[in-house]
Design a protein around this ligand. Sequence first.
Ligand code: UDP
Length: 235
Amino acid sequence: MNKRVLVKFSGEALAGSEGYGIDTKILDYIANEIKSLVEYGIEVAIVIGGGNIIRGVTAAADGVIKRTSADYMGMLGTVINGVAMQEALEYKGLSARLQTAIKMEEIAEPFIVRKAMRHFEKGRVVIFGAGTGNPYFTTDTGATLRATEIGADLLIKATKVNGVYDKDPMKFTDAVKLNTLSYDRALEDHIKVMDDTAIALAKDNKLPIAVTNMNEEGNLLRIVKGDYSRCSIVK
Ligand code: UDP
């Protein structure tokens, strides 16, 4: 059984049909899915992206905003999502703490791994905001880094797809779902589970990654119970 798990959601996942901002119905749905893990006895950490608010590369595209500044804006976006997620978890009766890679102590605790571990012992969900705290990284890398630091047994990448395919299932009708794949396969261009930095870090630290569809209720719980039928595992 997986005892401690980090779940990564993209920022876009929170956006609902509008494509941007935060849809509280989706927050509520995610909080329910997380609650099922906590009730099952799992220690849960969460990383949320910021793509529903701002992405550094896009914001810096025309050169008006420098990439480093745009990336800090992106990191702030992940904190906005983190505050929202913390609220949604508490609304569901869970105890949650947001920790940020960039200090903003009126809003959240700074990231301190020992403190995070203490929160897990007390049954709290810990949300890690502001990615790695550095520009030129992604929240997938932040999620891999934090999962490694807290000694998570598994990183779940909660996405819109059922898993990883040998080619784009939207374009090719004969695309085949891969139940398991190696880190090296995950690095292949057309597969792209996560960016190369994140995969390399997971590989170095032998952190398994489960890719699953967050919109199918119960998928997260299925995975932590060891049922990998609705996901792909990179290991
Ligand atoms: N970001 C960053 N460093 C990090 C994590 C994130 O600079 O360690 C910035 C980057 O600009 C990124 C944005 O925050 O585009 C939002 O994160 P991401 O694109 O990973 O969000 P997602 O695609 O998961 O919604």
